[in-house]
Write a protein that binds this ligand. Structure first.
Ligand SMILES: [Zn+2]
Length: 281
């Protein structure tokens, strides 16, 4: 599940200044000189409001005539250009899971938190860009908010609260073939609750991770069969699994899964003494 990321070190405002500077002498020099002040002001509004689409307005004047020039900055950065350096740094990350959904593997694209189709002026804004997996990108598309919901997605640079565990996995019997559902953590309040709910729904997280939970269940059944012949109790052993997975995020799926098992005395009892499926034992 979600992971908090450190904000990019590049200054978003300085980047605007540099990009305008680098356009001097080109065909768009006059245009970029003319919008520099407003572009910087709008970038500042983004920073002040953590990119929330409720508070960051669209920029209709550029969304029509000059949309393409902004998008080109992102899609075709010149070698050594200011935004080229920023984009390269953002792509050179060492993440081995998607910060939006927690899927394992290196997320190989950058997502525009506020989509570049609607907000072309944030096409290259460092805090608007973060690594994301293909599956999340396919679900997210150009969605931002609805009439009822101020925003649909957690922001890994601004939503500090995702450092805590934000959802719980609930495991339902029978424990040899359990079912799963996700519940929001009790401490989430107001807008936090609504954005976590929307994030899970819009990225189709419950459906996408059903297979993971099934695989993990088979693993724990096998493990229970082994541990019954050893010295560790089931609970100590599951606690070890849980603690091994609390890094890099309390919201990693393994951590959420093993925490769910530890919080389920009925399931622990089953693992310790219940009839394990024949093919597992
Ligand atoms: Zn993802």
């Amino acid at each position: 599940m979600v992971m908090r990321l450190a904000r990019p070190q590049h200054c978003c405002i300085t980047l605007v200044e540099n990009v305008v500077q680098e356009r001097q002498g080109g065909v768009n020099a006059g245009y970029f000189n003319g919008i520099e002040v407003e572009w910087k002001a709008r970038t500042q509004v983004y920073l002040d409001n953590g990119g929330s689409p409720e508070h960051v307005p669209l920029w209709p004047a550029i969304s029509t005539e000059k949309k393409k020039s902004f998008k080109t900055l992102y899609t075709h950065p010149k070698e050594g250009s200011s935004q080229g350096v920023v984009l390269k740094d953002l792509n050179d990350h060492e993440l081995n899971l998607c910060p939006a959904c927690g899927e394992f593997g290196k997320p190989n694209t950058l997502d525009h938190y506020l989509p570049k189709g609607k907000y072309p002026h944030f096409s290259i804004t460092p805090v608007n860009l973060f690594p994301m997996c293909d599956s999340c990108q396919k679900e997210k598309l150009e969605k931002t908010n609805t009439l009822q919901e101020a925003r649909l997605f957690l922001h890994p640079y601004f939503d500090d609260f995702v450092e805590r565990q934000i959802i719980h996995v609930v495991i339902e019997p029978p424990y040899d073939t359990p079912t799963f559902r996700l519940e929001l953590s009790d401490w989430l309040i107001g807008e936090q609750r609504s954005v976590v709910q929307a994030h899970v729904r819009e990225l189709a997280i419950e459906r996408r991770f059903a297979t993971f939970f099934k695989a993990e269940s088979i693993r724990i059944l096998k493990h229970a069969a082994k541990i019954r012949n050893g010295k560790m109790t089931i609970e100590q052993s599951v606690e070890l699994f849980r603690s091994l997975h609390e890094d890099p995020s309390l919201n990693s799926w393994q951590h959420l899964y093993y925490r769910a098992v530890l919080e389920n005395p009925e399931m622990l009892e089953y693992l310790a003494t219940g009839d394990l499926p024949d093919k597992i034992a």
